[in-house]
Design a protein around this ligand. Structure first.
Ligand code: ZN
Length: 114
């Protein structure tokens, strides 16, 4: 299960970012997740709930910030929203596109109890 190893990586990032003595104070982890990543948000949250105590953060929750996929046309430069993985320029109908957003997988914020 891909989501399991991703979730482990996320939790490892958090354990490196937060001093060990304060891990129990982590309340929320905000994760930017691109919609092109083919990760199931429900599975990520499920894995997170299953693993968080093992990483010393039993009181934490994960907040997912979804980033839609957009791509720039290599022919005309127009930026198109990508829906259902159809990579076609909205302007010239070209199909040679460079992905701008949607590949994100990044911990953006870690909130601790005061
Ligand atoms: Zn175009």
């Amino acid at each position: 299960m891909h989501e399991l190893s991703i979730t482990q990586e996320i939790l490892e990032i958090v354990t490196k970012a937060v001093p060990a003595g304060q891990l129990g104070l982590v309340r929320e982890i905000r994760l930017k997740i691109g919609e092109e990543g083919h990760l199931l948000p429900e599975s990520l949250l499920f894995c997170f709930e299953a693993l968080k105590a093992d990483f010393g953060m039993p009181e934490s929750k994960m907040e997912l910030i979804r980033v839609p996929v957009t791509a720039e046309c290599k022919s005309c430069g127009a930026v198109s929203p990508i829906v259902n993985q159809i990579y076609q320029c909205v302007s010239c109908k070209g199909t040679s596109l460079k992905v701008l957003t949607g590949n994100e997988l990044q911990v953006t914020e870690i909130l601790l109890e005061d």
